[in-house]
Design a protein around this ligand. Structure first.
Ligand SMILES: Nc1ncnc2c1ncn2[C@@H]1O[C@H](COP(=O)(O)OP(=O)(O)O)[C@@H](O)[C@H]1O
Ligand SMILES: Cc1cn([C@H]2C[C@H](O)[C@@H](COP(=O)(O)OP(=O)(O)O)O2)c(=O)[nH]c1=O
Length: 210
């Protein structure tokens, strides 16, 4: 497939949203019309509706496999409506979270099993894999402290225990080891400006190599 597919991963509070919005802004200023920025879960009407269902703090009764299937359903819709058409039009797609999030959060965090969640997602993605994944890494305590310090609303997943978040991070570190050619780690304990700069360098290098 043409185009370039770049995903952004990390535990809550790593700074992904901050970094991605700064990068989107830089591309906008440069008037780059070949860059598409999107996010999971969400990015279109159906996926945003699924997102609201998953993240609603009222839905405490949601079964863990239901949650994993909903993420995969949301992902499928985003792929079909947005990602594949953009890649076919030779665009660079920057996506906030993808399958690695499900492997880390549902597979390890919710303890469904990383491999089971990966396999289930193959049905949704039909094998679509990022060309590059920027993994923004932060210790769980630091990430959670950032969320608590800055956010007025804490969603259902932010409210999970420290051990949940530690399992998520450990899974990300395993994924980074397992797929060293795809996943590049950026240390998010550095100042925001440094994290943005290093991420931008990774993206522009990948764009040059394509
Ligand atoms: N490198 C950083 N150092 C210190 N604070 C940061 C850094 N990156 C982000 N933050 C702050 O941490 C909070 C969470 O950042 P956010 O981008 O929402 O994280 P994420 O999307 O990964 O959950 C925000 O208030 C943001 O300003
Ligand atoms: C895409 C995806 C997200 N998530 C979780 C991670 C986040 O806690 C939440 C997304 O909420 P969001 O507010 O977008 O978090 P962030 O800014 O950290 O990306 O959903 C999963 O558990 N599984 C998934 O497959």
């Amino acid at each position: 497939m043409a185009g370039l597919f770049i995903t952004f991963e990390g535990p809550d509070g790593a700074g992904k949203t901050t970094v991605l919005s700064a990068i989107a802004e830089q591309f906008k200023t440069a008037k780059r019309t070949d860059i598409l920025v999107t996010r999971e879960p969400g990015g279109n009407q159906i996926s945003e509706a699924i997102r609201n269902l998953i993240l609603d703090p009222k839905n405490t009764q949601m079964d863990v496999r239901t949650e994993a299937l909903l993420y995969a359903a949301s992902r499928r819709q985003l792929i079909q409506e947005t990602i594949r058409p953009a890649l076919a039009a030779n665009k660079v797609v920057l996506c906030d979270r993808f399958v690695d999030s499900s492997v880390a959060y549902q597979g390890a965090g919710r303890q469904i099993g990383e491999d089971a969640v990966f396999q289930m997602n193959q049905f949704a993605t039909e094998g679509l894999t990022p060309d590059l994944t920027v993994y923004v890494d932060v210790p769980s305590e630091v990430g959670l402290a950032r969320i608590k310090a800055h956010r007025a609303n804490v969603d259902r997943l932010d409210a999970e225990t420290l051990s949940f978040h530690k399992r998520v991070r450990a899974a990300y570190l395993r994924l980074a080891k397992q797929f060293p050619d795809r996943i590049v780690t950026v240390d998010a304990t550095q100042p925001v400006a440094t994290v943005i700069e290093q991420t931008m360098t990774l993206i522009t290098n990948a764009m040059k190599q394509r």
